[in-house]
Design a protein around this ligand. Structure first.
Ligand code: GRF
Length: 203
């Protein structure tokens, strides 16, 4: 399966995918990496792996809609089977969803439906939950609301701060992402309502 991965930052989730894809048995290859900003480590990781990169910054387009259309067109040009948002900090728009809806996944560093949005680890700490984690879901028009593909739990330790908790979540998140994207690539998947099933009837 062909993967396009979109990043905004450090790209450790991307790196985990790039590493997994070196094994042909994994069943996927990263064919391009896109970002919404320049000079992020995620783009450097792609370049080091010999993967083509592209950047679409919102501010270089006359409107959010044009940005969305440009991002969609560039992703389409790489003919992905699956688009993976890996720490991509922008909400994709209607054009993107029309093209890639049902075959775009994202991860969120909390156990959905708890703590959606930009501050999952901090919000979990502030609330005082003792278990949080990460969620892999199929992107829809909402913020971290799409059908859940998988979740992984992480304990909150007494001395955690936002950074230590997020780092521990990210270890579990990367493992889940690599496992689940590999399965999606090898087995295909179907979505009916909010249920995501792996399986052959998918493609
Ligand atoms: C991940 O925890 C992701 O869920 C969150 O931001 C982090 C990105 O990490 N939205 P990285 O860029 O993959 O290292």
């Amino acid at each position: 399966a062909r993967l396009v991965v979109l990043v905004s930052g450090a790209g450790t989730n991307l790196q985990a995918l790039l590493d997994a894809c070196r094994d042909p048995a994994y069943g996927a290859e990263v064919v391009a990496v896109g970002a919404d900003r320049d000079s992020v480590e995620g783009l450097a990781r792609a370049a080091r792996a010999g993967v083509p990169t592209f950047v679409h910054r919102v501010k270089d387009h006359s409107s959010r809609e044009e940005w969305d259309a440009a991002l969609t067109a560039t992703c389409r040009s790489y003919q992905p089977d699956l688009v993976v948002l890996a720490g991509f900090m922008k909400l994709t728009g209607p054009a993107f969803l029309a093209e890639f809806g049902g075959r775009c996944v994202n991860t969120h560093p909390a156990l959905s439906p708890a703590f959606p949005g930009m501050h999952g680890p901090a919000d979990a700490l502030a609330y005082g939950v003792r278990v949080t984690g990460a969620t892999l879901f199929v992107v829809d028009a909402g913020v971290d609301t799409g059908p859940i593909v998988d979740q992984t739990a992480v304990r909150v330790e007494d001395d955690d701060d936002e950074e230590s908790l997020h780092e521990r979540i990210k270890v579990a998140e990367r493992r889940m992402l690599v496992d689940v994207v590999g399965r999606m690539a090898r087995e295909g998947f179907t979505i009916s309502g909010r249920k995501v099933r792996f399986g052959s009837e998918a493609r």
